[in-house]
Structures are given as structure tokens and as C-alpha cells.
Design a protein around this ligand. Structure first.
Ligand SMILES: Nc1nc2c(ncn2[C@@H]2O[C@H](COP(=O)(O)OP(=O)(O)O)[C@@H](O)[C@H]2O)c(=O)[nH]1
Ligand SMILES: [Mg+2]
Ligand SMILES: [Zn+2]
Length: 317
């Protein structure tokens, strides 16, 4: 006999899952069979946000089943590991936290995660933090680029608590992934949203890219205004897992309004003649940063099978 309890994974360490069952957080080891059931394409059987069943009789308590996901966010595990890594599951939205300076805004980093959210159908918005350090009209330019996608853009100054109320309203009643490079101010922002949270904030360092992460694992945090956030460690490169060329262009939403003007219906807006997207780039309607990100992702995407080579069912000859 076993006693099964349903709960939600709120944190993952190397070997142990922290599962909230409503009456407390239990430490559980995923049962070996969960790994056997994985196809060779998938790296991890369970992620933060998963609803799971725990067998409470064992010692240690074991995680015996991962319940069906409403959605998830995954990426290619690393440049050496082609399997898909599920980062979070069952989320309502994702906030891309970026800073306007220190570290400076990265278009390609932003565009990678926005495309991944479009791929996994997770609503996303962009938060531009460190408005106090911004030079000139850099924020306005970024806003113009993303509002035509469209992606909603919010501005904050986490250290002076600017723009915090808008973020709080956006989070209320939802499970939200806070995604952003190390050092952009995610922990500072969370501390400003709920001052008693007291998350560790990284010491100022001029070596933004070499600094150590203070958050080394994903965890779900319950905030006291009916919001749950998932703090993700600074992910260096987000590679969308096995997206085809023909699918990638659909993830850059603002390209779509030009597409009807391309000479070829299967145009990937790269090398083809009479491409309306390239024409829109040249006339300044599509920002060069977005097109550059698209080309970078295109290099990693999977080519479509040419129609002639497709294996067609039925009798032949
Ligand atoms: N000037 C300024 N500094 C900030 C702001 N938000 C965060 N910081 C600083 O940026 C550094 C990194 O912040 P932290 O919250 O640890 O970033 P995380 O790695 O994304 O969690 C810390 O020194 C913060 O004090 C801001 O709005 N303005
Ligand atoms: Mg942090
Ligand atoms: Zn085209």
C-alpha cells in the first residue's frame, strides 16, 4: 500500500525535489522509472512548477508521477548536449528582466527568450530596469522596437522602487517566470516587491560577465499579494529546441505583416530574391537588431525537409 499526495515542485536541487503539498514542503527523490520513461530527447523528467504525485510511505519520500503539463518552457540543454531541458512548467507568463546599463541591454538575448515564449505559447513582457543609469533615449528606442512586435514594455528602477506597483499588478494572481541575465536586478526587484523577502543581492562588480551567480537554481517563491514567481538562474544562452526554419519566422511576429509581399511563399527572409521582410529592413521599418537576432536563430534552426525528399506514404511503382 502506498499513500499518494499531490503537490507542486517549488525547487530542484541536483538529486532532490522540493514539493509543496499544501501542508508543507517535502523533499522527494524522483523514482528511477521516471528517467527510464524519458525519451532520449529529454534531459530531465521534472521541473519547477510541475504538479506531481508523491509516495509518502517510502524513506525518502519518492516522486512517482509527473502530471500532465499545461505548458512548459524548454531549451536545448547546452552546446554539448542536444537534448531538451525543461526549465519550468505550468506558468501563466514570463517577464524578461533586462537592464538599460550595467550590464547593457542585449537585443539578441532578449529576442531569444521572446521567440522561445512565442514557441511555447507563454505570454511575455519586457521589463527595462535601471532607468536611473540609462543614457539618452536608449529606453525609448528599445520601447519602439518591441511595441511593434507587439511586446508590452515596462520600466523600473528597482533600487529607488520606481515602477514597482505596475509590476506588482502584473504579477497578482499568476505564476510568473522572472527571466534575465545575472546582474540585471531580479533579486533587487523581488525585494522591492516584497521587502521582507530579503533575497541575496549580488555585490557590485565590474566583471559583469565573469561574476558568480548568487541564484544557482530555479525556485518558486510565494509572494504575499497572491502571486508566485519563479526566479531562474542567469541562463547564458537560450537555444530553442528543434524549431524548423519555416516555424522560426512565425516567432518574429512583426515580420508577418510583410510576408505576403515575398516572392516565394516559403521564403525564410534570408537569401531569397524579392523578400518583403528584407525590403522592410532596408526601409527602416524592421529594426536591424531584430533581423540580426532572427538570422542568428536561423543558423541554429532545423532545415525543413524539401518536399521532393519527403517520404510519402502509399504505393509506389
Ligand atoms: N543603479 C541601479 N542599480 C540596480 C538597480 N536594480 C538593481 N541594481 C543593482 O544591480 C546589482 C545586481 O542586482 P541583483 O538584484 O543581484 O541582480 P540579479 O542577478 O538579476 O538578481 C546590485 O548591485 C543591485 O543593487 C537599479 O534599478 N538601478
Ligand atoms: Mg539574483
Ligand atoms: Zn521573405
Amino acid at each position: 500500500m502506498s499513500r499518494l499526495l499531490k503537490g507542486r515542485v517549488v525547487r530542484l536541487d541536483a538529486k532532490v525535489c522540493h514539493v509543496d503539498t499544501g501542508d508543507g514542503v517535502h523533499l522527494a527523490a524522483p523514482r528511477g522509472a521516471l528517467f527510464e520513461q524519458l525519451d532520449t530527447q529529454m534531459k530531465n523528467p521534472v521541473a519547477v512548477g510541475d504538479w506531481v504525485l508523491l509516495d509518502m510511505e517510502g524513506d525518502p519520500v519518492s516522486l512517482v508521477e509527473v502530471l500532465e503539463r499545461q505548458n512548459y518552457l524548454g531549451r536545448t540543454a547546452s552546446s554539448h548536449d542536444p537534448r531538451e531541458q525543461v526549465l519550468v512548467a505550468n506558468v501563466d507568463q514570463l517577464l524578461v528582466i533586462a537592464s538599460l546599463a550595467k550590464p547593457r541591454f542585449s537585443s539578441v538575448r532578449t529576442d531569444r527568450i521572446l521567440a522561445a515564449c512565442a514557441w511555447h505559447q507563454i505570454p511575455a513582457a519586457l521589463v527595462l530596469n535601471k532607468t536611473d543609469l540609462a543614457k539618452g533615449d536608449v529606453a525609448a528606442e528599445i520601447r519602439a522596437t518591441y511595441e511593434q512586435v507587439p511586446v508590452e514594455v515596462l520600466e523600473t528602477c528597482a533600487t529607488l522602487e520606481g515602477g514597482i506597483d505596475e509590476i506588482r499588478e502584473r504579477l497578482r494572481g499568476k505564476v510568473t517566470v522572472m527571466y534575465g541575465a545575472s546582474g540585471v536586478g531580479k533579486s533587487t526587484l523581488l525585494n522591492a516587491l516584497q521587502p521582507d523577502l530579503d533575497l541575496r543581492v549580488r555585490k557590485i562588480s565590474k566583471y559583469w560577465n565573469a561574476g558568480k551567480h548568487t541564484t544557482t537554481f530555479s525556485r518558486m517563491i510565494d509572494l504575499d499579494f497572491d502571486a508566485q514567481v519563479i526566479d531562474t538562474p542567469g541562463i547564458r544562452v537560450f537555444r530553442i529546441h528543434r524549431v524548423h526554419h519555416s516555424e522560426l519566422k512565425g516567432l518574429f511576429n512583426e515580420f508577418a505583416r510583410y510576408e505576403d509581399g515575398c516572392r516565394f511563399p516559403n521564403c525564410v527572409h534570408d537569401h531569397e530574391p524579392d523578400c518583403a521582410v528584407v525590403a522592410a529592413l532596408e526601409s527602416g521599418e524592421i529594426p536591424p537588431t531584430r533581423y540580426a537576432s532572427y538570422l542568428e536563430l536561423l543558423l541554429e534552426a532545423v532545415p525543413d525537409v524539401p518536399f521532393d525528399d519527403e517520404v510519402v506514404g502509399g504505393e509506389e511503382g
